[in-house]
Design a protein around this ligand. Sequence first.
Ligand SMILES: Nc1nc2c(ncn2[C@@H]2O[C@H](COP(=O)(O)OP(=O)(O)O)[C@@H](O)[C@H]2O)c(=O)[nH]1
Ligand SMILES: [Mg+2]
Ligand SMILES: [Zn+2]
Length: 352
Amino acid sequence: MATISAAPGLLALGWDDGWMAALSELGDPTLWPARVSRVDRGMCTVMTGTADVRVAAERAVEVAVGDWVGVGPRPTADGRARIAAVLPRRHVFRRDSPSKSGGSQIVASNVDTVLICNALDGGLSPRHLERFLALAWQSGATPVVLMTKSDAVPPAVVSEALKAVEGIANGVSVAVVSSTTGEGMVDMAPYLVPGRTVALLGLSGAGKSTLVNMLAGAEILATGAVRRDGTGRHTTTHRELVLLPGGGLLIDTPGMRALSVEGASDGVRQAFGDIEELARGCVYAGCSHADEKGCALAAALADGRLDVGRFESWLRLRARPASEDLDLARTGVAARKRRKAEKFAARRAART
Ligand SMILES: Nc1nc2c(ncn2[C@@H]2O[C@H](COP(=O)(O)OP(=O)(O)O)[C@@H](O)[C@H]2O)c(=O)[nH]1
Ligand SMILES: [Mg+2]
Ligand SMILES: [Zn+2]
């Protein structure tokens, strides 16, 4: 096993002592480690550090791009190796599953940095960016906002967009880049470190795949022109982990439009940390920030420290305290009881 731990190919993929310990814990010395670079139906591509191998995935095991897995030698009927177990994940970017069956879906696993790609020539709305940031914070990885395609708009548009995004990013780093001119690539260097994993997220057409190709120095991924109506062509249909020649790993993803922050209340709290901080200044601990006396948020709204759009967004996205739900449920029950009693009284009155 010590030889595996020292394999330089595995180290480049992010393998470390922690993963080694997790693999040992499975208690099966015949398993070999690999990192999932692509998931298809019932089949995965894994990187072993020396080769890319197509392996089978058991239906019962949920496998995501970026996962570290233990691959078993017991072959399937067609002679493929099989993923026996997924090592416990570290940071995971999840989204609500778009399928009707509900639940959540892993977009990228074991991610260190989430790059939220936002095209300067028509990108994310502020409200959309807030949701991306909340989900990124929830993942445990470090969010960064990339303003892409800086070559496509005049400098004045760049500085204006930058100001608007910085008002929402709440301390998250924002970089301006262009895959056409190479602008801003130096700002990405801190994230493109050997063994570190970066996930690119954003709308379709934001320039994610183009950026991956540029950094990889090869046309690995298909890219697409954006349609006239501003929507991308969804050229990227699957998620993929790419190992850069200079070290560093990128996960390219298809565009995401609808984003729910359900179940991401910690992420929402972090994304709106500025408002959470202000709200601690309200005179009443249970301030509903509606129109109570001594509401710090009302004061901040009045003197322009707090943007009303951002405030309303926070009210919408934050999880309601459980006690409020309980109160609502109680008033609902009370109202039903009262209506029933009134009906009963009315009927009795009619009889007499
Ligand atoms: N002007 C300009 N166009 C870009 C840049 N990056 C990507 N594009 C174009 O934007 C379109 C969408 O790019 P793509 O990488 O497929 O976006 P993705 O859906 O986020 O992967 C393509 O036509 C690209 O050529 C850039 O830095 N500048
Ligand atoms: Mg793409
Ligand atoms: Zn308040």
